[in-house]
Write a protein that binds this ligand. Sequence first.
Ligand SMILES: *[C@@H]1O[C@H](CO)[C@@H](O)[C@H](O)[C@H]1NC(C)=O
Ligand SMILES: *[C@@H]1O[C@H](CO)[C@@H](O)[C@H](O)[C@H]1NC(C)=O
Ligand SMILES: *[C@@H]1O[C@H](CO)[C@@H](O)[C@H](O)[C@H]1NC(C)=O
Ligand SMILES: *[C@@H]1O[C@H](CO)[C@@H](O)[C@H](O)[C@H]1NC(C)=O
Length: 287
Amino acid sequence: MGGRDRCSCRMFLAQSCLHALILVVVTTVMAEEGCDLVGEEGSESPKELAILKRLEPLTNISFSTESGSDNEQYTYKFRVCREVAGEKPNSGLVQINNQSGKMAVVGRINETHLASGSKWIMLIYKGGDSYTSRCDKEKRKAIIMITCNRTSLATGFTMVTEEREKVNECFYIFELESSLACPPEDLHLRVDSPHLSVGSILLITFTSLVAMYIIGGFLYQRLVVGAKGMEQFPHFAFWQDLGNIVADGCDFVCRSKPRNGPAAYRGVGDDQLGEESEERDDHLLPM
Ligand SMILES: *[C@@H]1O[C@H](CO)[C@@H](O)[C@H](O)[C@H]1NC(C)=O
Ligand SMILES: *[C@@H]1O[C@H](CO)[C@@H](O)[C@H](O)[C@H]1NC(C)=O
Ligand SMILES: *[C@@H]1O[C@H](CO)[C@@H](O)[C@H](O)[C@H]1NC(C)=O
Ligand SMILES: *[C@@H]1O[C@H](CO)[C@@H](O)[C@H](O)[C@H]1NC(C)=O
């Protein structure tokens, strides 16, 4: 009885812990990200949440661009999931009239919508200030197309167009280029390839080939030919000969004094001794 009680108590504790943990994680995520998606906490789209996470490195960058015709010039300010203008609550993208200095909110971060494809992310801010006469006096809406550019985290923020001739459902279109919109494998390539020079690629290839030769040859000699000891190395005799030739060549080129000069220096039985010790070594080698 007591045991079961303790067990269920422990389970209850574990569950409470889990819930508390989930709550902490959710609240920190919400606190970090200023974008509010459709739905209450916990019922938001997992796809949108995933894109939101992807866009996080952009959140502390402020973007600005100018657009307009001769008579009316506007400056647009934009941030990802952060307020652009403190005096306008939840403003994610604002339009400032250069002559009058009047500011209109084009889209708000508390009405964010997200979608993505293989090479783009679409960020939509709805709930901007209402049109005064056009577009059925609906609220302004900003669509920001973020396209893949592997060279930069964020570049080329521009105002493309404003569609305000429609009866309703008008919108502003903006463009932004970012490496975050690139496919993951492309991102990986972008990070890695600049560090690999032609020389290091050649070196890696050469090293791999040598390793393949030694391992493959070793296995062949051991398993197919049935060689033992040093003979297991592929083309052992050839490499031994080559080593000797190179050593002789080096000897010939580098040595400044004749090799066999002081005979007393080289012991009489030196050669035999060398051979003997080599033979003895052979027994020591595995197999
Ligand atoms: C953005 O945040 C990162 C780290 O969170 C920081 O290193 C960087 O300086 C920030 N950039 C700007 C423009 O504030
Ligand atoms: C977003 O924020 C604005 C300004 O604070 C507010 O008027 C609007 O109702 C909010 N929208 C939603 C969906 O909460
Ligand atoms: C518009 O205003 C911005 C700053 O608010 C300024 O940098 C820009 O030069 C102005 N453009 C024109 C055409 O006046
Ligand atoms: C990517 O951005 C750089 C500037 O950072 C620009 O020079 C280049 O043209 C862009 N590439 C593409 C494909 O748009």
